[in-house]
Design a protein around this ligand. Sequence first.
Ligand code: AMP
Length: 366
Amino acid sequence: MSVPVPTGLAPGAVLGILGGGQLARMLALAAADLGIRCHVFAPEPDSPAFDVAARHTVAEYEDEAALARFADGVDVVTYEFENVPAATAAFLGQRAPLHPGARALAVTQDRLSEKSFVDGLGLAVAPFRAVDSLADLEAAVAALGRPSILKTRRFGYDGKGQIKIAPGTDLADAYEAIGRFPAILEGYVPFEREVSVVAARGLDGAFAAFDVCENEHRDHILAFTRIPANLGRGAAATAIDAARRIGEALGYVGVFAVEMFVLGDGAAERVVVNEIAPRVHNSGHWTSEGAETSQFHQHVRAVCGFPLGSPGSRGRIEMENLIGEAALRWREILGEPGAHLHLYGKRDARPGRKMGHVTRVWTDRS
Ligand code: AMP
């Protein structure tokens, strides 16, 4: 595969970020450390990233006049979410370097193309079938059995747009419940644990993976990430190699995450790829204090064509998400020795809303 020519940016350059949530906010903070100024483009006037960016634009992703002005004023464009409309990515990609590129978006926006892509690389995925009608669903459940999981092909996150097909589930009701959208049915993976690999690929093809981390979800939302993951060396090496192959096959530039299931124990332990996120990821937030380079600095380095930083871990680490009213504990957390508090500047602590996170690092000396 040919390697794209480095853009040769230098400190002082302007990075455009699509999306203005907490990921864009933390990217902009990291960019500032490297002397890079950010222009954040998002439709919501109260976007958390606006507080920390040199410039921002409030406009819809379909607003071509606003997109053109944005692209003309930046040296490179990146994004904090995978649902960037394809037409927006194509429009921007003609005016400025776009990293990660349109192929990464196209593959990962659709669960069917994503699963087919990962399967095509010879990596383990859950068995899956395309579902475009109730008849497809019936045939798929006959093939994959129950329990299985019906997921919309697009716009699913944090457990949204999916439903478990249990022994008693009525298939017509289930198809109705996901809005009769194009979907896939996945065989149920009886996993022991969930892990992810957060990794970066540079403009020159260099690859750097952070340590495999273990993720604990509550109510379908990430609650804790822990390093080291409870995973044997062999399975950890397989997991990192899977990420390397995914990054290479996508010609990827930037940070990405590969979420995986862990099955079995000891010599029988193995990993199954669940999902790819073409962006910095919540399960990589621990790197801000827990790794030699944070995922946010790493992403900025990669998309600007700078050398990647060392991904080494600094000890045993825990990241706790502050969801909804958990963020009201900020004063108590600030009083906790060694706790690093990150708040996203969101006003309403609605249930299920990611308001901030805490990282705790235990080095050999602590
Ligand atoms: P996803 O939206 O694909 O990340 O799925 C959200 C969560 O649902 C995962 O973190 C798992 O806990 C669970 N899940 C998703 N797919 C499967 C599967 N095929 N088998 C078992 N559990 C699954």
